[in-house]
Design a binder for this molecule. Structure first.
Ligand code: NDP
Length: 472
């Protein structure tokens, strides 16, 4: 199957193509166009031409369009979910959040975003004037998405941009472009030409986008290293930025918790999408009184997991999405083994073509080991023992990342007090990684800049104009 880009409402082919491969077996799923610089320029020009009419369309028109896009997702759920599984690997009904759930979640986010609006605020009222705060769209927004939740994250970027009156050029990860290409093609039945464009390509295209003078804002989800590059390259025309970057979320489980009560929730929070989730639970700190029991409960769950091709019935976990990521996970686990950690389960790559790796739990490990200090972004979880709450809080915070964090305890007030001292953008109690389209989500420290979702997320696609209305 050969895919086309969509520029100015029309399918566009390219001279060069690249293959998209199924991580479960290495088979080529489709070929995609590699955009030239001229084609990127065409996409930006189309978005710029579409901007005046789109930004001046009524709020109700844009709301209806975003709802129409939610219908597009709902009406094409089967095809989109299958594309996600074929390109990303996650099972259709996988653990916690399969490919069907990704399309359903994308639809849900669309509908919630359609209901958001940015009312005019009054900043000051004097005898002379009323100072109003108006929110104006920025212009052309470029979205650059990663390979872990390809469609969901595209929707997180596109919908607030369109809802607030911007036009969009999206570039999906070259590893997982298919569901996004299909969605943008389908979206043309709802949107005016040029409002939503898609370009695809391998290395280099992202850099061309971030330094393009015709783009006003970049919204990016991916690695911290790439986020830093984007920030540097975006400086020439002071592009606005929302950067949702890596995380190494800590969870602190206090000694009053019964491991059996929380083990499944903790396991899902860590292994959702095979651990390839920015806000997954990645460092599990467990009080010494319940450490052994927690290790046993989690191991028992891990051993029940079915790992295989996501298109097969009954699979809970699929392959790691790409070999580079799998190699990183194996490197971190092997390093932990060498440092004397105990592998409770998993820890060996099975024979075969796919990038499979079993859910791996690593005990008797502490900070200062790579698997604890670095983000594995894959199916390996370190379980770290602690005895003192103040000390574990300091260890949890002693990391350059600051995306999410959680505290688990039957004493909810004490857990809230502790969670508020975690250096992270989202804090959960007896839970981890639950997100809502109404609640701002973003990282502190090196986990990002800005937030997504809700009114605060929508505001990031606008600039403020203060209007001084004189009193007659
Ligand atoms: P990257 O950050 O490298 O890639 C994400 C997106 O950015 C892709 O679309 C990629 O395009 C694009 N890109 C790459 N380089 C540039 C650049 N210089 N300028 C602009 N865009 C660029 O992530 P990877 O996919 O390589 O994953 C690496 C690590 O990132 C993982 O190990 C994980 O830690 C983290 N990650 C975090 C995610 C999150 O949700 N926070 C999601 C995915 C990864 P292309 O690949 O097509 O060249």
């Amino acid at each position: 199957m050969e895919y086309s880009m969509i520029i100015d409402g029309k399918p566009v082919k390219a001279e060069h193509h690249f293959d998209v491969k199924n991580p479960a077996n290495g088979e080529v799923v489709a070929t995609c166009p590699g955009a030239t610089e001229a084609q990127l320029n065409d996409a930006v020009a189309a978005a710029r031409r579409a901007f005046p009419a789109w930004s001046n369309s009524s709020d109700e028109t844009r709301k209806q369009c975003v709802q129409g896009l939610a219908d597009v997702l709902a009406n094409n759920m089967q095809e989109l979910a299958q594309l996600i599984t074929l390109e990303q690997g996650r099972p259709l009904d996988g653990l916690g959040f399969g490919s069907f759930a990704e399309v359903g979640g994308a639809e849900y986010w669309c509908r919630a975003t359609s209901e958001l609006s940015l009312e005019v605020e009054v900043a000051e009222e004097t005898d002379e004037h009323r100072a109003e705060i108006h929110r104006k769209p920025l212009g052309v927004v470029a979205s650059i998405t990663p390979w872990n939740f390809p469609l969901m994250i595209a929707i997180w970027h596109i919908m607030p941009a369109l809802r607030s009156g911007n036009t969009v050029v999206i570039k999906p990860s070259s590893l997982t472009p298919l569901a996004t290409l299909k969605f943008v093609e389908l979206a043309q039945s709802v949107l005016p030409a040029g409002v939503l464009n898609i370009v695809t390509g391998e290395g280099g295209l992202g850099r061309m986008i971030t330094s393009h003078p015709g783009i006003d804002k970049i919204v990016f989800t991916g690695s911290t290293g790439t986020g830093k590059n984007i920030m540097r390259n975006a400086a020439d025309n002071l592009k606005r930025l929302t950067l949702e970057l890596g995380g190494n979320d800590a969870a602190i489980v206090l000694g009053d918790v019964k491991p059996k009560d929380v083990a499944m929730n903790i396991f899902i929070s860590a292994f959702i999408n095979n651990g390839q989730t920015c806000a997954a639970l990645k460092r599990l700190y467990v009080h010494e009184d319940i450490y052994e029991e927690m290790c046993q409960e989690l191991t028992a769950i891990a051993k029940t997991m079915t790992v295989g091709n996501g298109m097969d019935d009954g699979m809970q976990l699929g392959p790691v999405q790409n070999l580079e990521q799998l190699n990183l996970v194996m490197e971190l686990v092997d390093d932990a083994k060498e440092k004397g950690a105990t592998i409770l389960c998993g820890g060996e790559r099975p024979e075969g073509n796919g990038f499979f790796y079993p859910p791996t739990l690593v005990a008797d490990i502490s900070d200062g080991t790579r698997l604890v200090d670095e983000e594995p972004f894959g199916p390996a979880l370190p379980i770290v023992k602690f005895s003192d709450v103040e000390e574990v809080l300091a260890r949890a915070n002693n990391n350059p990342n600051g995306l999410g964090g959680s505290v688990w305890s039957n004493n909810v007030d004490a857990a809230i007090a502790l969670a508020k001292r975690l250096e992270c953008g989202s804090a959960w109690i007896n839970n981890h990684a639950s997100l809502s389209p109404n609640v701002p989500f973003g990282g502190v420290k090196e986990s990002g800049i800005g937030v997504e979702f809700g009114r605060h997320g929508l505001e990031e696609y606008t600039s403020i104009q203060s209007v001084f209305v004189p009193k007659q």
